[in-house]
Design a protein around this ligand. Sequence first.
Ligand SMILES: NC(=O)c1ccc[n+]([C@@H]2O[C@H](COP(=O)([O-])OP(=O)(O)OC[C@H]3O[C@@H](n4cnc5c(N)ncnc54)[C@H](O)[C@@H]3O)[C@@H](O)[C@H]2O)c1
Length: 275
Amino acid sequence: MTPSSSFPTMAFIGGGNMASAIIGGLIAKGMPASQILVVEPWEEARASLRKNFGIVALPEASAALASAGLAVWAVKPQTFKDAAAASAEFTRHAVHLSIAAGITSDSIAAWLATDRIVRAMPNTPALVGKGITGLFARAAVTTNEKLLIEQVISTTGQFVWVKDESNLDAVTAISGSGPAYVFLFLEAMTQAGKDMGLPPEQAYQLAVATFQGGSELAARSSESPDVLRQRVTSKGGTTHAAIVHMQEHKVLEHFIDAMRAAEKRAQELAVEFGK
Ligand SMILES: NC(=O)c1ccc[n+]([C@@H]2O[C@H](COP(=O)([O-])OP(=O)(O)OC[C@H]3O[C@@H](n4cnc5c(N)ncnc54)[C@H](O)[C@@H]3O)[C@@H](O)[C@H]2O)c1
């Protein structure tokens, strides 16, 4: 479904990277700019929101927010509580969508004095319509409100609903932070190609196309990544040499540990900034 004039006005609290990705998706799918308001204290960010999307960007919360049926909380976990204190009185009638990592819906419910809260964990490929978002709704959120949020999020890519709110920390560790892991691997593959004598731009092109192609193949295949991997791995060949090296150095185990560290950090953010 395409967002249209039947959509409620949306208020974004925080107009940084992720808010811009979601707003960009909404505008690209036909949401009228006049139905989007943003509260963004940073002048430069407000100027780019106005320039890129033609939306109204306010330096601070005001009664203008009262027209919003959906409030999207796109501030850092560290600033959520202060932002909530400034905006809560104006967003009382809205359903709330938080994209902040870690901060639990119990904290948000206490700060905003409402239970109509959905938490989302998107990722930056949302910028090109290839994002994936984990969603969790509190019991007070109606089916229609969930559908509205699905329509908003689907302008940025795929979504999945998780059963338990704590699952969002795993979503954060895997797909929320995940693009950074992909970019890190792209850097490593580009560096390796350079070290082996390839021009850097060619090494980068090879690395990016390999991630795109490998992901597309996995997405379209009915076979497991394990089987797909074995098809690349000739007996006594080059891939085997690389995989054995990774196994000997426990690369996979360390990579899994890294995602556990991200999950743990999400849990810590909830405690540090959720009070
Ligand atoms: N960037 C990602 O990959 C990503 C992915 C998923 C979720 N998130 C979550 O999204 C949230 C925003 O992340 P981001 O990367 O867009 O950060 P960002 O720094 O780009 O954006 C946050 C914006 O909030 C503004 N802000 C600060 N105080 C404010 C206040 N009191 N009221 C309104 N706005 C205020 C800042 O000026 C800034 O522009 C975070 O909670 C993060 O956990 C980020």
